[in-house]
Write a protein that binds this ligand. Structure first.
Ligand code: PLP
Length: 431
């Protein structure tokens, strides 16, 4: 190695370790600081993909039929079986299904849609694109779930649909929300993007009402991109299926493979949101191992909770009070600056410098620029949402993570905290 090579090599090795070292460590608990640093990056999520999954995708690629066909039909059947719903319809994303479902329910100008701002912006965006009005509800400060009371208070004669979110894999209080929707005559459409495998009072999410699941790569199972709507409403199922493919009653596979009429007619103008078989097969393969994947997530989650209990000011979410099975989709903490002496950005930068990725789920929808500028009336109205929006941080959690990876995250949090407190002490206090 030349001197320059050596310098570059040294710089590369230390590029992610550029935070100033604390003067004194203030680490509590049984895990002393060893000064260890990961030499590989730990992302906050990674899909669980086996060699057999790859072989199954290759088989579809070799089969001569790669778009919507038998694998999509099998995935839909598997979702109906798993959730207990009568109908399941797959499409290119959860967002696409939200669009199709709201359209099928006739949501348009003059209508209001009630849901939390603490969600992925995809849902409020679809409401806006249809010309309807988002009515945001605040969430519980520690579960980030919208309560039946908050939803009841937001319903007006113009409300057409209520969209609660099973946040991070924890179910909302579905019985209470369903009772309100029935009493007020509005449709309940669950955002179950995080909730495949979640149970509420012993029943699988998706089996009782209408729910939209996401198969995006960070989700508990994935098809690369994709989503599934489950419902017991035959009319909604039929219209979503039709809208998914140009407003035709039959899809391309029906026509090509089943010898059906090639001249199916447009029943209403539709979209082009059908899921390809080469995507569907991945989720189809993953669904049977969902329970094992959730069990591993549960174990990681417990390990985090045990060790985070020793750290002041890094607050995991609370689990709901009602009987449930959590799908442990995300492990979210809040960085309470008053107790930790550190703000979220410092935690995220500190972990990044130590080769650990994080995420934010979510920046509250109503605080995004377009919403601030065009729907500014919500600013300051949703205190729990805004408090969390400024403090939440998603720590790495995926089934292939090892216990040692979790400990790397815990060590990195402690080290970042000690480092930040040292700097705060020198600077004379928190901002
Ligand atoms: C709460 C929530 N709703 C809806 C969606 C949309 O799902 P998709 O990415 O499949 O469109 C997501 C995706 O991350 C989500 O987190």
């Amino acid at each position: 190695m030349t001197a320059l090579d050596q310098t570059m090599h040294f710089a590369a090795q230390n590029a992610s370790n550029s935070l100033p070292r604390p003067v004194a460590f203030e680490i509590q608990g049984p895990f002393p600081y060893y000064g260890r640093m990961r030499n590989t990056f730990l992302p906050f999520c990674r899909p669980n993909i086996t060699e057999e999954d790859i072989a199954a995708i290759s088989e579809v690629l070799r089969s001569g039929w790669i778009t919507t066909g038998p694998k999509v039909a099998a995935l839909e059947d598997a979702f109906a079986t798993r959730t207990g719903a009568v109908h399941a319809i797959a499409a290119t994303s959860g967002t696409a299904l939200m669009h199709l479902a709201l359209k099928a329910l006739g949501v348009g100008p003059g209508d209001e849609v009630v849901g939390p701002s603490m969600t992925w912006v995809s849902t409020p965006n679809m409401v806006e694109l249809l010309g309807a009005t988002n009515v945001f509800v605040d969430v519980d400060r520690d579960t980030l779930l919208a309560s039946p009371d908050a939803i009841a208070a937001a319903i007006t004669p113009r409300t057409k649909v209520v969209i609660p979110v099973h946040y991070a894999g924890a179910p909302v209080d579905l019985d209470g929300i369903r009772a309100i929707c029935r009493a007020k005559g509005v449709t309940l459409l669950e955002d179950a993007a995080h909730a495949i495998g979640t149970q509420y009072k012993g029943r699988e999410i998706g089996g009782t009402d209408s729910a939209i699941f996401s198969l995006h790569p960070i989700k508990n199972i994935t098809s690369g991109e994709g989503g599934v709507l489950t419902t017991n409403d035959a009319s909604l199922a039929r219209t979503v299926r039709r809208l998914r493919f140009h407003g035709l009653e039959l899809d391309a596979h029906d026509r090509a493979q089943q010898g059906r009429s090639p001249t199916s007619e447009v029943q209403q103008p539709g979209f082009k949101q059908n899921l390809p078989d080469m995507n569907a097969v991945l989720a189809l393969r993953q669904l049977p191992r969902l329970d094992a994947l959730i069990a591993r997530r549960e174990a990681i989650s417990q390990q985090y909770r045990t060790h985070l209990a020793e750290i002041d000011g890094i607050l995991p979410l609370a689990d709901p009070a009602w009987s449930h099975r959590h799908a442990r989709h995300l492990f979210v903490v809040r960085v309470d600056e008053r107790k930790s002496g550190m703000e979220r950005t410092e935690l995220m930068e500190g972990l990044k410098a130590r080769n650990i990725g994080t995420g934010i789920h979510f920046v509250a929808s109503h605080t995004h620029r377009w919403y601030r500028e065009n729907r500014g009336q919500w600013m300051g109205q949703l205190p729990n949402t805004e408090w969390n929006s400024q403090r939440i941080c998603t720590l790495p959690m995926f089934p292939d993570m090892q216990d040692a990876d979790v400990m790397d995250v815990i060590h990195a949090i402690k080290e970042t905290l000690a480092n930040t407190r040292g700097r705060v002490a020198v600077a004379g206090g928190l901002r």
